[in-house]
Design a protein around this ligand. Structure first.
Ligand code: CO
Ligand code: CO
Length: 316
């Protein structure tokens, strides 16, 4: 126990936060994964954007990054690694942060990501467990990335979709974070492996509230329902479904395709944040004028009432 550890592991938040003094806290987070696209530069940029997202979701400013690499020399040239690192470094630079070093091990599988240090004012840390009843929830990027990238892997998707998916995954949540901080944001997380409903569940459980999700308002890529219809799913999607089965209730009119889309794993998704209803219109306008044209109000926070169920998410 350390009283300066403002955010630790207890609330499944996006990053750890440690107070240095009354005006300064540091944010620590790491994320890395296996290649999800063939182009090494794009893979590096996606992995870095995804890792940086956990600093932005805490309301922080990224400062330094360390590369984390597992490399297989028998299978790939080192020039490919250089491309991955270039992709990552360009995103770190765009975030106004700097690559300070890193560590590489060799192994059978290729892995790349970042360990990050960011800064935040100790009283301006945005946690994922402080949503307030009455707040509305804004989502800043489309979902369906997991389905799209899996579809691309199995050649079920026309190649012209690839740049669209890469644009979304490499779009920093920097502007979205800055905009939410201009408002009385109460809670935030970013949408990654647990999917929209999984991350909303963490927010609801941590905050002791119930979250209604307006399923008809959730933005997703056009092609996604068709891919789901062809049987495309992510590996993590079924784990999410299993984990959430006693925590999410779906209104009767919601079809299986939409259910699956909401449960699927995402990579480098947008921010999901809660703020008072009277600030939503202005915040949404700013997001749309910045680099989040698809931002939408996707839910509302409600008082928790123990009605004999363990549901904390109602999908309407
Ligand atoms: Co996160
Ligand atoms: Co993370």
């Amino acid at each position: 126990m350390d009283e300066n550890l403002l955010v630790g592991r207890e609330t499944n938040d996006d990053a750890g936060v440690y107070r240095i003094n009354e005006e300064l806290a540091i944010i620590n987070t790491t994320d890395y994964f296996t290649p999800i696209v063939d182009d090494p530069y794009s893979f590096g940029a996606i992995a870095a954007t995804n890792a940086l997202s956990d600093v932005y979701s805490m309301g922080g400013t990224p400062k330094t990054a360390l590369n984390i690499v597992c490399w297989n020399n028998d299978e790939l040239e080192l020039s490919v690694l250089a491309e991955i690192l270039n992709g990552g470094a360009d995103k770190v630079k765009q975030a106004n942060a700097v690559v300070a070093g890193g560590h590489t091990v060799t192994g059978p599988e290729i892995l790349y990501g970042l360990a990050l240090t960011g800064t935040v004012h100790p009283e301006r840390v945005i946690q994922n467990c402080t949503a307030q009843p009455g707040d509305l929830l804004i989502l800043t990027k489309k979902i369906g990335i997991g389905i799209l990238t899996t579809g691309l892997k199995f050649d079920c998707v026309d190649e012209h979709i690839l740049p669209i998916a890469i644009e979304s995954m490499t779009r920093l949540n920097k502007n979205a974070s800055e905009i939410m901080l201009e408002h009385r944001v109460t809670s935030c997380t970013d949408i990654t492996g647990y999917g929209l409903l999984g991350h909303a569940e963490e927010m609801a459980t941590g905050s002791g509230v119930v979250i209604d999700i307006f399923s008809q308002e959730v933005p997703y890529f056009d092609l996604v329902p068709e891919l789901v219809g062809q049987g495309i799913s992510t590996r993590a999607g079924s784990a999410n479904q299993e984990f959430l089965k006693d925590k999410v209730s779906f209104a009767k009119n919601i079809d299986v395709t939409l259910k699956q889309i909401l449960l699927e794993a995402e990579t480098s998704g947008g921010l999901l944040f809660s703020l008072p209803e009277d600030e939503v219109d202005v915040a949404l306008d700013k997001l749309k004028q910045a680099d989040c044209p698809e931002a939408a109000v996707v839910g509302q926070v409600k008082e928790f009432s123990s009605n004999g169920t363990s549901n904390v998410i109602n999908v309407l």
